[in-house]
Design a protein around this ligand. Sequence first.
Ligand SMILES: C[S@@+](CC[C@H](N)C(=O)[O-])C[C@H]1O[C@@H](n2cnc3c(N)ncnc32)[C@H](O)[C@@H]1O
Length: 291
Amino acid sequence: MNTVRESDVDQAALWNGGAGLAWVEAQELLDRLFTPFEKLLVEAVRARSGLRVLDVGCGTGSTTLAVARSLGANGRCVGVDISEPMIAAARARAERQQILASFVCADAQSHAFAPASVDTIISRFGVMFFDDSVRAFANLRRAARDGAQLQLVAWRSPAENPFMTAAERAVAAAGWSLIGQVRAAGATTVLLAEASVDGMCRPWDYQGFVFVKGRFAGTLSPALMDARTDGALSVARLLSPTEVEVVFVRYVDADPLCCPSRLSTVRYRIERRRQGPTVVPYAVETTSASN
Ligand SMILES: C[S@@+](CC[C@H](N)C(=O)[O-])C[C@H]1O[C@@H](n2cnc3c(N)ncnc32)[C@H](O)[C@@H]1O
């Protein structure tokens, strides 16, 4: 199966775009879901004497704030995250709850942390997205004093977390081959799959599928598509858990095979209907491909 999850793409763009916004929107739910992991980290910090804590990939800050609360006025808990919307949400929470924690918007792999300034590094699902784990952990090691502790909660591989790949498995089980990246935001997954390829290995009979919580919500094209013919899907973007944007190439008879003269951009909403999640196109704009 040719599956590349979003973890293999530009993480800064991902977490500053749809995924970050989805996480902010679903903050309350996710925090409730992950409370047991947060408690483990708070207890691990409390069991040690150090008062300087760094929370890596802190997101909207729940764990950072819980640790800061538990350390009290003498402690210092700093959250670092690559996502501006998530850091903004974390800062707003700290202010609302009047908790003394600070937040840095930076890439933990390369940020110049003060050397040996941390007693404990913690993370709740925030260290699994590095492009270069060795560089990232070497950088975190420089931030830690000798004898510091590292306490991480991390998922294992996608194969060991079947709920993460329900959509891909459903499509593959129906005989399709996945193509390109699987896009995921919140509980929504968008993926492309082909039934066959042409003589130049371009998708032949391909389709875009949308799933919500592993449940089929609809296709992105009303009919199967062939690469290089009118109406072929060229770009699919998952803007948020409830919004998808797709660019289709548009050919007229005079266009050469390589060069469609127009592009149609279609927007879809994913609506919650009685029969289940449903993909609904609601806007289309057609422009010249040379723009
Ligand atoms: C699954 S979320 C977990 C968020 C938070 N720890 C929680 O439990 O709610 C992963 C977080 O890691 C952050 N992240 C990914 N790559 C990062 C990097 N290189 N440096 C800092 N943060 C990163 C993302 O922006 C996101 O907030």
